[in-house]
Write a protein that binds this ligand. Structure first.
Ligand code: GDP
Ligand code: ZN
Length: 310
């Protein structure tokens, strides 16, 4: 029998089987996963094969290959990672232009790390009810910028419900991870999408207060139209990833496109002669803020402290 892991308590997993049953499962045996040493072999979002025992218990027998996953590195020195979620279809990055301001550098680093992990991102600009005219104009400029690059954008007010229906529509049939700085209104938005989830979030918090490792518990919540949302605390990007300097530009789609015209094919778009990207920035075909974020990531790389979207 096959199913989808929708909850991981640290000691057992809840699996929704393809015929719609909810089954509590344990793990049988040791899973070895390619290329990753993790503290949890199974994560929410995993497609698994389960076997039901006669006495009504069940165990996970096999994990299907993941199309992607996000990890959090454990703080110890064992280099082990914790898999927060697997098989994401998309990510909604909640951002604000004020209260607090989400920087474009943060947005761009997040987008670049999502490109590296091949997770499509949609940008959700929240708190539109609270902005003055200047802020609204700036917001429209940002939306124009990111829409043109290929990232769908939404304007919402989680507080008064504006735009929430469009978000709900975009969640149908997808496993969606919500991310964003704390304070941007992620919980308020999720509560607007799924009234009643508040109590569940409360349960999770009380778990934490009892000293449980915050990382061991994760859950996906079903939404209308056969989708799921994942609200894992503290996701700020898609982990760290090693890349060569000239690769960073690959994760800025509009820079990558133009870089085909650079004189050198390993151009880093800084000082090289014949750089088509710098020319495009001067001609305002590539946005200054995106280019700044790109340089910022290169600098981190140079200083050997590359931290992805963190
Ligand atoms: P989280 O840390 O991202 O989960 O943010 P919260 O959902 O806890 O919201 C942080 C603060 O922003 C709270 O005081 C919310 O009431 C407020 N907030 C959330 N959404 C909106 C919104 O759309 N408009 C306004 N004006 N405030 C909001
Ligand atoms: Zn170049």
């Amino acid at each position: 029998m096959h199913g989808l892991v929708i909850k991981n308590t640290g000691s057992w997993y809840q699996v929704k089987t393809d015929d719609g049953q909810f089954v509590e499962c344990k793990i049988k045996g040791n899973f070895r996963l390619k290329g990753i040493r993790s503290t949890n072999p199974v994560a929410v979002g995993d497609r698994v094969q389960i076997i039901l025992n006669q006495e009504g218990t069940a165990f996970i027998n096999e994990i299907e290959d993941r199309k992607n996953y996000i990890v959090r590195r454990s703080s110890n020195l064992s280099k082990q990672s914790h898999i927060l979620a697997a098989n994401l279809d998309q990510c909604m990055l909640v951002a604000t232009v004020n209260y607090p301001e989400t920087s474009t550098i943060f947005i761009d680093r997040f987008l670049a790390s999502a490109e590296a992990y091949r997770v499509p991102v949609k940008l959700v600009f929240n708190k539109v009810d609270a902005y003055n005219e200047d802020e609204l104009r700036y917001l429209d400029a940002l939306i124009n910028l990111y829409t043109h690059i290929g990232y769908p954008c939404f304007k919402v007010s989680a507080k008064n419900g504006d735009g929430v229906d469009e978000i709900k529509k975009a969640l149908e049939g997808q496993i969606t991870l919500f991310a964003g700085h704390s304070g941007v209104g992620k919980s308020t938005l999720i509560n607007a999408i799924l009234p009643g989830i508040e109590t569940k979030t409360g349960e999770i918090s009380s778990y934490h207060n009892k000293g449980m490792h915050t990382t061991t518990f994760s859950e996906m919540f079903p939404v209308d139209g056969n989708g799921y949302i994942i609200d894992t605390p503290g996701v700020k990007g898609f982990g760290t990833f090693d890349m060569e300097e000239e690769e960073i530009g690959h994760y800025f789609p509009e820079i990558f496109k133009i870089s085909a015209d650079c004189k050198y094919n390993n151009c880093t778009h800084r000082h090289e002669p014949g750089c088509a990207v710098r020319k495009a920035v001067e001609e305002h075909l590539i946005s200054e803020s995106r280019y700044t974020s790109y340089l910022n990531m290169l600098e981190d790389k140079e200083e050997g402290k590359y931290r992805a979207a963190y």
